[in-house]
Design a protein around this ligand. Structure first.
Ligand SMILES: Nc1ncnc2c1ncn2[C@@H]1O[C@H](COP(=O)(O)OP(=O)(O)OP(=O)(O)O)[C@@H](O)[C@H]1O
Ligand SMILES: Nc1nc2c(ncn2[C@@H]2O[C@H](COP(=O)(O)O)[C@@H](O)[C@H]2O)c(=O)[nH]1
Length: 203
């Protein structure tokens, strides 16, 4: 019996450092991790590449994906659609590779309904001033958008209790090490379950 990959859902408020931490995990982790590229109707930022950072869509084509049930989850966040193409996630998990979703909380709750076997990790900022400083210093969003993202952050942190794990992103190194330890222990759990299933079948 081949072990399926783990679905790892990394959430947390905008600007907490999900992308930064995920990239560090991908370069440090010994396992092969696959990033699920989301679709969005947001405008691309300077340096973002279609098909690498996001699949950039018009509202019309995003809504067609919704109608065709091509998304595992989707939501509207600060005026734009964001969603996870389902086929790629399912096929990659079947091939035995771990898949990372980096998504906001309402989408993560939809994934929890459909794929409760996932590992749900919430990345928290050391405090709200530091969160705001990270968004401002990133330099990608205008002041009204930063305000909306900070308002959303308060709602999102309130939903942290629905996650399996909360990890503080104080330093990238600490957050990466904690998340890698979580993934390792989740893999062990799955292997033990599989072993006991096989030995029960043999008896
Ligand atoms: N531990 C940290 N300490 C200080 N700065 C950090 C830390 N982690 C990330 N940052 C910085 O914070 C900013 C936001 O990080 P990043 O873009 O990775 O956040 P995000 O959660 O992926 O945001 P979004 O959800 O909006 O895409 C970046 O400028 C990044 O360099
Ligand atoms: N529910 C989903 N949320 C997503 C997805 N892809 C990204 N996101 C989250 O949206 C906000 C804003 O992202 P930004 O790139 O505009 O800063 C952030 O929290 C992302 O994690 C998705 O497919 N589904």
């Amino acid at each position: 019996m081949t072990e399926k990959g783990l679905l790892i859902v990394l959430s947390g408020p905008s600007g907490v450092g999900k992308g930064t931490v995920r990239q560090a995990i991908f370069s440090k982790g010994k396992r092969e991790f696959i990033y699920s590229i989301s679709a969005t109707t947001r405008q691309s930022r300077p340096g973002e590449v279609d098909g690498v950072d996001y699949f950039f869509k018009t509202r019309e084509s995003f809504e067609k994906m919704i109608e065709a049930e091509e998304l595992l989850e989707y939501t509207q966040y600060v005026g734009n659609y964001y969603g996870t193409p389902i086929d790629y996630v399912k096929k990659t998990l079947e091939s035995g590779k771990d898949v990372f979703l980096e998504i906001e909380v309402r989408g993560a709750m939809q994934v929890k309904e459909r794929m409760p076997e996932g590992v749900f990790i919430f990345l928290t900022p050391p405090n709200m001033d530091e969160l705001e400083a990270r968004i401002i210093n990133r330099g990608t969003d205008a002041s009204p958008i930063i305000r909306q993202r900070m308002e959303k952050a308060i709602e999102e942190i309130d939903l942290m209790r629905y996650y399996d794990y909360a990890v503080e992103n104080d330093t990238v190194e600490n957050a990466v090490n904690k998340i890698l330890a979580i993934i390792q222990s989740e893999h062990l759990k799955v292997s033990r379950l599989l072993e006991s299933k096989i030995s029960n079948e043999e008896e």
